[in-house]
Design a protein around this ligand. Structure first.
Ligand SMILES: NCc1[nH]cc(CCC(=O)O)c1CC(=O)O
Length: 316
């Protein structure tokens, strides 16, 4: 049977308006233009609640969904066809009516140490102020370097770099992927290995979201899907889902595939890093989701539940 499927005359991509979000949307747009030269591909830039509320810690304002709700509204209304997200910002449970059509090849998943004075975390003197608003980064820093001060740092990548340059912090921690995409890799003093700062679930990968009822559109996105990345990210997300993962929970999850074996590492901690459980599991990449679920259960048996329970209380 011949392929009778034709690409649509137009695809509109919904994106947040930050430079990084726009870079990501442009990246997907260019790939789609190459794949479907007959199709007109546009970007609809939007401001989300998460972009507007900049003075409060992300963990206190309801987390991930805030950056994507407006984009989903545009998909719902038909103002846009697909939305491009950092997988790190995509909630563990997709809202009803929406699906991930593709997960793209992962950029560097590591966190980056950025400083104008020091090249490595180990060089910072006691009492140094490190900027990050991620509970995941904070708990890991405090566990390893209890003599640093961790202070909140929000805003888009450029804002965070500006706050560093203004001298408010000795160093800041950002995702390497965002800096590399924005051609700001030269600002990276050193990359932090996963053993020191386990990345966020999904960090470095992009997701393309569309409505559930648009199977044809989802099919068009398949050339952008990267199977290895998707196995890893789905394993990480399965772990986080069981643990109720969100920005309110200091949790990390990171999977890698080597020699056709997927190894998933995860941790849960309290924000001050005094109580932390870590574990890892390996298996077949295709079994990533069940590995993630099993790793979560193992972390719970080792005390993750108690840690998570104290977190819920402290946020009341
Ligand atoms: N939390 C915001 C966010 N969401 C995605 C990235 C960029 C990296 C990525 O795609 O994972 C960043 C910036 C950061 O954490 O420094």
């Amino acid at each position: 049977m011949s392929n009778s499927f034709t690409s649509p005359s137009k695809i509109t991509i919904a994106s947040r308006e930050s430079l990084l979000a726009m870079w990501q949307a442009n990246f997907i747009r260019d790939k789609l233009r190459e794949l479907y030269p007959q199709t007109e591909i546009n970007i609809l830039g939007m401001t989300t609640q998460g972009d507007q509320i900049l003075d409060i810690s992300l963990s206190k304002i309801g987390g991930k969904g805030l950056f994507i709700k407006e984009l989903e509204q545009a998909l719902e209304d038909g103002r846009a066809d697909i939305a491009v997200h950092s997988m790190k910002d995509v909630p563990m449970n997709m809202p009803p009516g929406f699906m991930l059509a593709a997960i793209t090849e992962r950029e560097d998943p590591r966190d980056a140490f950025v400083s104008n004075k020091y090249t490595h975390l180990d060089e910072l003197p006691a009492g140094s102020i490190i900027g990050t608003s991620s509970l995941r980064r904070e708990s890991q820093l405090r566990a390893r370097y209890p003599y640093f001060q961790v202070q909140p740092l929000r805003g888009n990548v450029q804002t965070r770099l500006r706050k560093l340059d203004e001298g408010q912090f000795a160093a800041i921690i950002l995702a390497a992927a965002g800096l590399k995409r924005l051609e700001l890799a030269y600002r990276i003093s050193s990359l932090i290995e996963p053993e020191i700062s386990l990345p966020a679930v999904g960090q470095g990968a992009l997701g393309i979201e569309c409505r559930n009822d648009q199977a044809d559109l989802a099919l068009l996105m398949q050339p952008l899907h990267h199977a290895e990345t998707a196995y890893c990210v789905e394993a990480e997300r399965a772990m986080s889902r069981v643990l109720g993962g969100s920005c309110q929970v200091p949790l990390g999850g990171f999977a890698e595939i080597a020699d056709d074996v997927l190894t998933l590492r995860g941790f849960v901690a309290n924000p001050d890093g005094t109580n932390m459980v870590n574990d890892e599991l390996s298996g077949k990449p295709e079994d990533g989701v069940s590995l993630g679920q099993r790793l979560a259960e193992s972390l719970r048996k080792q005390g993750a539940d108690e840690i998570l329970a104290t977190l819920v209380q402290s946020h009341d």
